[in-house]
Design a protein around this ligand. Structure first.
Ligand code: 4NP
Length: 153
């Protein structure tokens, strides 16, 4: 299975999500291809925000080498599941969909852990350190629920 994590800038939330999901797959011995991107182009070519790198490292995950890129239509062809961090990202991705198959691939990340709530992973960009820890915990819970849902483990 190939999964794409999507946020706005691809420097705070989605690179952390990429690291969390990849790490869980490795721990569980599940073959999962994970990538991330942003709906905006502000940070294309950049490494993740240092605050996201630090927080991931505290939890044993190295995301320092990831490189920001922007979502494009071809991602609908390349990925089986597209997980958006918030409702703005969801709308922006859906706006590029061309058919029902495309639309069916797009899900709110936290609907795995909080089904049907359409909860956002809050954007930590303007906040402090605690915001990044909160994002990590939300993503960790979502990853646990994702692997239960798709792989029954
Ligand atoms: P992200 O956070 O979408 O989680 O990567 C943001 C990164 C950059 C900006 C906004 C949010 N920005 O406005 O540049």
């Amino acid at each position: 299975m190939k999964v794409l994590m999507v946020c706005l800038g691809n420097i705070c939330r989605s690179p952390m999500a990429e690291g969390v999901f990849r790490n869980k797959a490795l721990e569980k011995g599940i073959e999962l291809s994970v990538d991330s991107c942003g709906t905006a182009n502000y940070h294309v070519g950049e490494h993740p925000d240092p605050r996201s790198v630090k927080k991931s490292k505290e939890h044993g995950i190295d995301i320092s080498n990831l490189i920001g890129r922007q979502f494009s239509y071809s991602d609908f062809r390349k990925f089986d599941v597209i997980l958006t961090m918030d409702q703005d990202n969801y709308r922006n991705v859906i706006a590029l969909a061309k058919n029902e198959d495309d639309i069916a691939k797009v899900k709110m990340t936290l609907n795995y852990s909080y089904p049907g709530n359409n909860m956002d992973v809050p954007d930590p960009w303007y906040g402090g350190e605690q915001g990044f820890e909160d994002v990590f915990q939300l993503l960790d819970q979502a990853a646990i629920a994702f692997f239960k849902n798709h792989f029954n483990e």
